[in-house]
Design a binder for this molecule. Sequence first.
Ligand SMILES: Cc1cc2nc3c(=O)[nH]c(=O)nc-3n(C[C@H](O)[C@H](O)[C@H](O)COP(=O)(O)O)c2cc1C
Length: 214
Amino acid sequence: MSRQYWRGSNLLNPVPAVMVSCADEEGNANVMTAAWAGTVCSDPVMVSVSIRKERYSHAIIERTGEFVVNLTNKKLAKVTDFVGVRSGRDVDKFNLEGDLKITKEPSKIVKAPCIAESPLCLECKVRQIIRLGSHDMFIGEVVSTNVDESLLDENGRLDLERADLIAYSHGEYYSLGKKVGKFGYSVQKKKPVDKKKAVKKTVPKKKTRNKNSK
Ligand SMILES: Cc1cc2nc3c(=O)[nH]c(=O)nc-3n(C[C@H](O)[C@H](O)[C@H](O)COP(=O)(O)O)c2cc1C
């Protein structure tokens, strides 16, 4: 493989494109898109969102210490882009119309609202803010995970494939493609075949030769 060596660039791809909602002290809600978001801890469950200081949402989240990470799907792709190119300083992003319409839904624990159209909303309380440079990283503890019931299978298990989530890669939005494996499949042993249960293959018998025929 021959390579070119570039200076450091933000090319960790794909990443999520989530909508981060918040509300100020008077209850005025806002939402912005974030692609610099990730899972950073399992116990306690924590996520990070890196936000530039100049975003309208930045000061609100810093003051209130709360935000909601709303996962996005194919239906929400256009509004996900829109709330990432318009500021809450100029537009009430919860008062849009047509395919840009998103609705505030009260959260269970935090004052910041969820987005009703989002399949999965993670309510977060800010635990740390790390000043990185261009962005401040807000580390939030997920205090409630709000799951659309239509994502649950008949056994009550989460079937995230039903959410039709999108990813963001090198400036473009994608639906997720075909499943190519699952956690640990590379080391999974093949299940031994239960001979009793195994269905015998019915191979058509070869015609037995007449011993006398040559
Ligand atoms: C796909 C996409 C991803 C983005 N990711 C981030 C991000 O991770 N951090 C950030 O500060 N801004 C990000 N932005 C830009 C903000 O969402 C945008 O500036 C938005 O208008 C800020 O809204 P606000 O001023 O109402 O807070 C992204 C925009 C798009 C379209």
